[in-house]
Design a protein around this ligand. Structure first.
Ligand SMILES: [Zn+2]
Length: 187
């Protein structure tokens, strides 16, 4: 059976250069806190206040480097806590997303917030070997006390390490911890 390592994503923020400068000042650069497993991605030292209509998180981690578009990734539980509608979207597609306010040391920005659709990052080589195309949807099986099959895991082929990304709600619901192995469920 095919197995893949799962990484559990906590709430985080991707910023455009423009929004980064609005929040932290002109020519501001993110400082690296630690590398993440995907090539070039890093957790920044900087955090932001994320405000919804009901409540706020005081310190949400920024993930660098800067991207074309600002996007806040939350779990459904986070959305209910903030008082915003949870909208499940493929990362990068923020058209129907909810909005939150980001507060930095120099200013604030209204940003799109999504619940990222669970996904498999897969290297081009591995995708070829498994005959997986970009945007294919697969299912995974989790074994253990909270054994489950999770369907609709969208495949993202690229310059990636092969990992599945779930959010904290999804992982907790099936008793998964970071870096745990799951099985591809062949329908
Ligand atoms: Zn991901």
């Amino acid at each position: 059976m095919k197995t893949v390592i799962v990484e559990v994503s906590a709430r985080h923020i991707h910023l455009s250069q423009k929004d980064l400068e609005k929040l932290f000042g002109k020519n501001f650069k993110l400082a690296k806190f630690k590398d993440l497993s995907q090539p070039n991605e890093f957790a920044a030292k900087e955090t932001l206040v994320v405000k919804g209509t009901r409540d706020y998180f005081p310190k949400v981690r920024i993930v660098g480097p800067v991207r074309r578009k600002t996007q806040v990734e939350l779990s459904m539980t986070d959305c209910y806590f903030l008082g915003i509608k949870p909208v499940v979207q493929v990362s990068g597609q923020v058209r129907k997303s909810s909005q939150v306010t980001l507060q930095g040391s120099h200013g604030r920005v209204i940003a799109s917030a999504i619940v990222a659709m669970r996904h498999l990052h897969i290297s081009k080589e591995q995708a070829k070997a498994w005959k997986y195309k970009n945007n294919k949807k697969i299912a995974i099986m989790i074994r253990g006390e909270r054994s489950a099959i999770l369907d609709n895991v969208i495949v993202r082929v690229g310059n990636f390490k092969t990992h599945i990304h779930l959010d904290t709600d999804e992982a907790n619901a099936v008793g998964l911890v970071n870096k745990q192995k799951v099985y591809i469920y062949e329908k």
